[in-house]
Write a protein that binds this ligand. Structure first.
Ligand code: DGP
Length: 114
């Protein structure tokens, strides 16, 4: 989608610190980090939100979590733990309407969420 900032990052048309890219997903550092590690994992294909997932996307979603796990190990936050978040829609706090999984770590997360 030409106007989507995450599509532009996926296509290398907009700058970002990409930490992983393959034929299904791209992961890059959030430009407004809220934790020492704050990485966004996005499908390369434009999917607006969880609401727009289609039958057949289950493997893609599972793969996003698998990449998050690998990146957590690479960032050395896997043993202390980390938080994975997918904000969905306005009430969910979604501000960029290209599905993304936040990987947050490197500090003790505050609770309760919400
Ligand atoms: P959300 O609120 O869940 O939609 O999170 C969107 C996140 O995306 C937010 O933490 C800021 C980040 N973000 C927005 N635009 C850009 C961008 O152009 N580059 C990078 N690296 N991050 C972005």
């Amino acid at each position: 989608m030409t106007s989507c900032v995450f599509c532009k990052i996926v296509a290398s048309q907009s700058p970002a610190e990409i930490v992983h890219q393959d034929n299904r997903v791209t992961a890059f550092r959030d430009f407004q980090p809220v934790a020492p590690t704050h990485i966004l994992i996005v499908p390369n294909r434009h999917i607006e939100s969880v609401n727009n997932l289609e039958s057949g996307d289950e493997a893609l979603i599972g793969y996003m979590f698998s990449v998050a796990k690998e990146l957590a190990a690479r960032e050395n936050i896997h043993e202390n733990g980390y938080r994975l978040i997918i904000n969905t829609g306005v009430d969910g706090g979604q501000s960029v309407f290209h599905l993304h999984l936040h990987l947050l770590g490197g500090q003790h997360m505050r609770n309760p969420i919400g």
